[in-house]
Design a protein around this ligand. Structure first.
Ligand code: PMP
Length: 391
C-alpha cells in the first residue's frame, strides 16, 4: 500500500492516544521560558481545568513532570515513617503501588483480584475495619484488563475509617465520571497521554485540603517528586505568577491548556457520554464476533479500555497486522493472561467512526488470520449499537 497513506495511523491504544489536531498545533511553538506570560497562563488555566474534570472545586491541583508513575510516586510525600497503607489491586497497575511503597519502606498490605475481576467493596471494607490504615489506594480503571473498580462505593464504605483515599485515575480521568470531592476521595491522579489526549510528559493530580495538610518536608519521599517542593509553585502558577522548582514540559503545558479548553467547549458530560457510546459500540462489535472480554462483569466494563481474548490466533500477529492496516492497538500485559489477549484503547478524542473502523479492521484481520469470525458480524453489531445510542 502507498506509504504516505499507510502512515496515517489511528492510535486505538491505551495511551498515548491519537492527538486532536488543535491540541497538536498548540504545541508547535518556539521555546519559551518558564517565567514567560504564555507558559504561566497555560499552567494557570490547566491547573484550573484539572480541578473541574476531577470534580474537585476545593482541592489543590498539581501538574508535575513525568506521567502516571511520577504522580503515583509523589503521593509518598503524604506519608510518614510508620504509616500503614492498603493497596487494592486489580492488576498490573494496582501492583505498581506495591513496588513504589516498597522503595520507601512504607508498610503495605494488599488485596488482589484475579485477572479480569475486581476487589469487591465489602472485602475492602472488611480489611479496613480490621486494621488501622493511613492510606488506601484504588485503581479506577485497571489498564491491564479494562476493569473499572466502583471507587464511589468503596469510598463510601471506608471514608470514615482511613485518613487518605487515593485513586489512580490514569486510565479513567476525562473518560469516566469522577467526582472526587462529592465522593470523598482525597487524591486522584492521571497522566497527560491518556483520556486528556495530549502527549506523554506530565503527571496530574488533585489533593484534598486534608491530603495537602500532610505534605511537608518531614514526610517520606524523594526530592524531585516531593510535593512539598511543588506545592507553592503550583499555587503561584495558578495565580498567574511565575515560579520555579524544576523545569516543566513547556510545550506540553500549551497542549494541555488547549485540551482543557476543548473539554470545556465539548462539555464534560458530553465527553463522558462520547466515551460511553464509543466504548459500548466497540464491546458490542467484539462480542458479536464471538470473542470474549477480559473484564468479567458487565458493571465493570470500562469506557476507556477493552481487553479482548483471542481463542486461536497469536496476539502479536493481530497487533502487527492491525498496525499494517493503519490501526495500532495495545498488547495484553497481565501476566496471568500472557499471549492470550489484546487491548483496545478508546479514550481521548475518539469518535463513533473510530469504533466502526476499528471493529471493521479487526474482524477482517482476525478472519484472515484464521480466527472463527464471520465477516460483517462485528460491524453490524457496532452499527446497531450506534444507531440505538447516538441521539
Ligand atoms: N496507572 C495506570 C492505571 C496506567 O494505565 C498507567 C499507564 N499505562 C500508569 C499508572 C503509569 O503511567 P505512566 O506510564 O504515564 O507512568
Amino acid at each position: 500500500m502507498n506509504k504516505t497513506v499507510r502512515d496515517r495511523r489511528a492510535l486505538m491504544h491505551v495511551g498515548p492516544v491519537t492527538i486532536e489536531l488543535d491540541v497538536l498545533l498548540a504545541g508547535v511553538k518556539e521555546n519559551v521560558g518558564f517565567s514567560s506570560r504564555e507558559f504561566v497562563d497555560a499552567m494557570s488555566s490547566s491547573l484550573k481545568g484539572l480541578r473541574k474534570i476531577m470534580g474537585a472545586p476545593h482541592y489543590q491541583s498539581f501538574i508535575i513532570p513525568g506521567g502516571g508513575t511520577s504522580a503515583m510516586e509523589s503521593v509518598v510525600s503524604m506519608l510518614k515513617k510508620g504509616d500503614k497503607v492498603l493497596v487494592v489491586s486489580n492488576g498490573v497497575f494496582g501492583d505498581r503501588w506495591l513496588n513504589i511503597f516498597k522503595r520507601y519502606g512504607v508498610s503495605v498490605d494488599s488485596l488482589k483480584a484475579e485477572a479480569g475481576d475486581y476487589v469487591k467493596p465489602e472485602i475492602v471494607e472488611e480489611a479496613v475495619k480490621k486494621n488501622s490504615y493511613t492510606m488506601v489506594t484504588l485503581t479506577h480503571v485497571e489498564t491491564s484488563t479494562g476493569v473499572r473498580e466502583p471507587v464511589k462505593e468503596v469510598t463510601k464504605r471506608i471514608r470514615d475509617l482511613v485518613q487518605l483515599i487515593v485513586v489512580d485515575g490514569v486510565a479513567s480521568v476525562a473518560g469516566e465520571e469522577m467526582r472526587a470531592e462529592e465522593w470523598g476521595i482525597d487524591v486522584v491522579l492521571t497522566a497527560s497521554q491518556k483520556a486528556l489526549g495530549c502527549p506523554p510528559g506530565a503527571g496530574l493530580l488533585v489533593a484534598s485540603p486534608k491530603a495537602v495538610s500532610r505534605i511537608s518536608q518531614d514526610m517520606l519521599g524523594g526530592y524531585y517528586l516531593h510535593l512539598s517542593n511543588w506545592l507553592e509553585i503550583m499555587r503561584s502558577l495558578e495565580d498567574g505568577k511565575a515560579s520555579y522548582f524544576a523545569t516543566l514540559p513547556v510545550h506540553l503545558a500549551f497542549m494541555l491548556a488547549k485540551a482543557f479548553d476543548l473539554i470545556e467547549q465539548e462539555g464534560l458530560e458530553n465527553r463522558l457520554k462520547r466515551h460511553e457510546i464509543v466504548g459500548g459500540a466497540i464491546r458490542s462489535g467484539v462480542e458479536a464476533m464471538g470473542l470474549s472480554l477480559v473484564a468479567k462483569e458487565p458493571s465493570t466494563y470500562s469506557n476507556t479500555v477493552t481487553g479482548v481474548k483471542l481463542s486461536k490466533v497469536d496476539p502479536s500477529k493481530v497487533l502487527s497486522s492491525m498496525d499494517e492496516a493503519g490501526i495500532e492497538l495495545a498488547p495484553g500485559v497481565h501476566p496471568a493472561l500472557a499471549g492470550r489477549y489484546v487491548r483496545i484503547g478508546h479514550m481521548g478524542w475518539i469518535t463513533p467512526n473510530d469504533a466502526i473502523s476499528t471493529i471493521a479492521t479487526l474482524e477482517r484481520i482476525l478472519h484472515s488470520l484464521g480466527e472463527q469470525v464471520k465477516l460483517g458480524d462485528g460491524v453490524r453489531a457496532t452499527q446497531q449499537y450506534l444507531t440505538e445510542n447516538i441521539l
